[in-house]
Write a protein that binds this ligand. Structure first.
Ligand code: CA
Length: 361
């Protein structure tokens, strides 16, 4: 029995080495100890896609570990407010968290690179960078400063540009635009003359409907319909230039992580990858069917004009240049990401982009 446990631990460790991040602390020795953890999240209760993805992650870990790691999941506000997830896991109030790294830019500006950079990676590319381009190592290095071990855990795929009650025909139309848009996208809108607003998802519908904001981005057709946003705005713009393939994250408290035997560590990191694949597939399927519903409504689905996208892209360049000049962590991560993107873009152009084009010849 003892020998079997030891072997099990070794093979799990090998698996962890192959496809999972290396943490600073080696896993404790395999045992039959049962761990009971809490997971706090930034998502509204039972929220489709994102909140359900976090719940699936907990369930999967429990199943894969045969109940040795049990995780109770709390929606935003149930145990701690949504935007306190990072602090709660850092100090150990909860052992695990699920959210998006760019919510923590107030802690470290460089966190934003692990969710999305405007005009940046698609979902395929961000995982390519994380797992085969050194991204995950940089991610874990940054979060070690906060007593946290992060994992990529979920992706919505490319998002939509958002819901607008004003048409956007020229760059002038961005001036004075009051829009719910977080992260770097918000900063870019501000420089284009707009007013970015940060609101949790649950407050977007009312803000749009009452006119206290002119526009709002959330995710894409599937999640946006869940909030009824198609009943609160006239125009639905694409593409989601600000979130081209955002990765979500699972946070683990560093001491809690170190207390896990190596096989449970491998289960956690592998479950995060499984949830990423599953969530991307779910969004791809459900966004497509939800879009049909929107196209059959009174909403106008419109592309941003190229002039508007060019302006936003130029401002993105300025914002990133300033960010890397003032923040060494951002400089290091952006150096890695931008070099990976330069090379990846050439491949994407002659593979994915070319195939999509060819499909419509
Ligand atoms: Ca979004």
């Amino acid at each position: 029995m003892k020998r079997r446990n030891l072997l099990g631990g070794l093979s799990a460790a090998a698996l962890a080495g192959a496809c999972a991040p290396k943490s600073e602390a080696p896993g404790a020795q395999a045992s039959n100890q049962t761990f009971r953890w809490k997971m706090v999240t930034t998502w509204p209760p039972n929220f489709p896609g994102l909140g359900v993805g976090a719940a699936n992650l907990a369930k999967l870990i429990e199943q894969m570990s045969a109940g040795r790691l049990q995780i109770s999941v709390y929606a935003g506000g149930e145990l701690v407010p949504p935007f306190e997830t990072f602090d709660a896991v850092s100090r150990g109030t909860a052992e695990m968290g699920h959210g998006a790294a760019y919510y923590w830019k107030g802690k470290a500006e460089a966190t934003q690179f692990f969710t999305a950079v405007p005009f940046g990676f698609n979902a395929q590319e961000i995982y390519a960078w994380m797992y085969y381009g050194g991204g995950l190592k940089l991610y874990q290095e940054l979060y070690a400063n906060f007593n946290l071990v992060p994992f990529a855990a979920g992706s919505t795929g490319v998002q939509m540009g958002g819901w607008f009650n004003k048409r956007i025909d020229t760059v002038q139309d961005l001036k004075g635009l009051k829009m719910r848009i977080p992260g770097l996208g918000g900063e870019i809108l501000q420089r284009a003359g707009g007013t970015p607003v940060t609101l949790p998802g649950s407050e977007i519908f009312t803000a749009l409907q009452t006119g206290s904001i002119d526009a709002a981005e959330w995710v894409g057709p599937y999640n946006d319909i869940a909030f009824g946003l198609h009943q609160a705005a006239k125009y639905y713009y694409y593409p989601g230039w600000h979130e081209t393939g955002p990765a979500l994250e699972c946070l683990v408290n560093a001491q809690a992580w170190a207390s896990l035997p190596a096989d449970l560590q491998a289960i956690v990191s592998t479950a995060c990858q499984a949830v990423s694949t599953d969530m991307l597939a779910e969004f791809a399927a459900r966004n497509a069917t939800s879009l049909q519903q929107i196209l059959n409504s009174d909403v106008e689905v419109l592309p941003f004009p190229d002039t508007v996208l060019r302006r936003l892209k130029a401002i993105t360049g300025e914002v990133l240049t300033e960010l890397v000049a003032r923040d060494p962590a951002s400089a290091k991560i952006w150096a890695s990401q931008s070099e990976f993107m330069r090379v990846s873009d050439q491949w994407q152009q002659i593979s994915e982009a070319a195939v999509l084009r060819a499909r419509h010849l």
